[in-house]
Design a protein around this ligand. Structure first.
Ligand code: COA
Length: 386
């Protein structure tokens, strides 16, 4: 937790990499429903005898109404839509080739470097802050650092959907400890940990990568810049959003508890949530965090021009903005990207900040706020400086 000291660190560039393959709700639902027909036909006898339940169909109308999501991008459309697979097909690469997660992060980082008019030589460290790392080690950040040609250091951190706020706070601390500039990236291939056979959640996530460059604010800014007025982090344990995938999964397989991938996917090792409970518990937690943070740094909620909120569910964001402002926020005050991108975990609030920060004058204030599994939440209050 850091309160407003002097605004000694600023954001000077952001980048976004969007995978080329978009999937609309209608396409996703068509594939899901074809899978449901196939499953129900295949197990018709068991269903008729009451031994197993028939699967129910999904609906594009429900998805848009319940979540605000209309589409998502993914690194592999075909694998996701193939009813005999229902997962992205991401072929393994040789160790000598750049990994997929590092590659999308590098794409976003290059855009951020261009925006800040910098080269790799200007960066001292890389923080890769995301929900799922492609491997245990070497750290993804070290591979990203190498691909960009950055001298210095890199490390990974994971605080689920709140990772970007925690990553900004970490970058800020590293700069206060002496680094000139930190590159913070959020590569998210969420479709690889989503259970596309689960009607309750098959529509939730998409893939993307974002990047943010932070620098010490002791020289005049050369490009657009945003002073960080304060950050606040919060975690509170909850089982309501989980992903139990981890390095010990192969041990379970040896004991014969492995999933039959086709019919009984081991959903425990993919994203699972109690969506209603998440909604109910996270809305007050986040709105109270933002309110107390703003209060502590002497900024009134109505002095905030824009809230770049984590993008998980439209009504959740509307509720949070309403609780913070005491009135409804319009789309300009709380921009929405989840209609196009779906939930992109740690990247959501940064996509919103990247795409919707026009119309700010020097001195205008905004809040980047990320939240999710853990529970975890973080707010970053920024003021346009140049
Ligand atoms: N198509 C059609 N109907 C569906 C459906 C689908 N894909 N999925 C669920 N339904 C049905 C349910 O069976 C239920 O039917 P019932 O009322 O007859 O029992 C009904 O729709 C409502 O389901 P529910 O799961 O309660 O919906 P919801 O309104 O809570 O919306 C979420 C679901 C996931 C969109 C919502 O809970 C949410 O976004 N929560 C917060 C999630 C979040 O932020 N997670 C953080 C991840 S980082």
């Amino acid at each position: 937790m850091t309160e407003q000291q002097s605004a000694d660190v600023r954001i000077i560039g952001t980048g976004l990499y969007t995978p080329p393959g978009a999937i609309t709700n209608e396409e996703l639902v068509e594939s899901f429903n074809a899978y449901v027909d196939q499953y129900n036909d295949r197990f018709a006898d068991d269903i008729a005898a009451g031994r197993i339940a028939a699967l129910e169909k999904s609906s594009a109308d429900f998805i848009e109404k319940a979540s605000g999501i209309k589409a998502r991008y993914t690194v592999d459309r075909e694998g996701v839509l193939d009813i005999n697979r229902m997962a992205p097909h991401i072929p393994a690469r040789d160790n000598e080739e750049i990994s997929v997660l590092a590659e999308i992060a590098v794409n976003a980082a290059r855009e951020a470097l261009r925006a800040a008019d910098l080269t790799a030589a200007d960066i001292d460290g890389v923080v890769c802050a995301a929900s799922n790392m492609q491997r245990g080690y070497p750290a993804m950040a070290v591979e990203i650092q190498d691909a960009l040609g950055i001298e210095g250091f890199g490390f990974d951190m994971n605080v689920a959907c709140a990772s970007a706020a925690f990553g900004i706070e970490t970058g800020l601390g590293l700069i206060r400890a002496g680094a000139r500039r930190i590159l913070m990236v959020n590569p998210e291939i969420c479709t690889a940990h989503l259970n596309f056979r689960d009607r309750d959640s098959h529509f939730i996530f998409g893939d993307v990568a974002t990047a943010v460059i932070l620098e010490r604010a002791d020289n005049p800014a050369q490009t657009e810049s945003w002073e960080i007025l304060g950050t606040r982090l919060l975690t509170k344990f909850s089982n309501n959003i989980r992903n139990n995938f981890g390095f010990m999964n192969h041990c379970e397989r040896e004991t014969g508890e492995a999933p039959d991938a086709q019919d009984t996917p081991n959903t425990d090792k993919l994203f699972i949530q109690e969506g209603r409970k998440v909604f109910k518990e996270v809305v007050p937690m986040v709105s109270e965090m933002i309110n107390s943070h703003l209060n502590d740094i002497g900024v009134g909620a109505n002095d905030v021009k824009r809230f770049w909120l984590h993008q998980a569910n439209l009504s959740m964001n509307e509720f949070i903005a309403r609780k913070v402002l005491g009135r409804d926020a319009n789309r300009e005050e709380a921009p929405v990207v989840l209609d196009e991108y779906a939930n992109t975990s740690s990247a959501g609030s940064i996509i919103a900040f990247h795409k919707h920060r026009d119309g700010f004058s020097v001195g205008d204030i905004g809040v980047i706020c990320a939240f999710g599994a853990g529970y975890s939440a973080g707010s970053v209050v920024v003021r346009k400086a140049s």
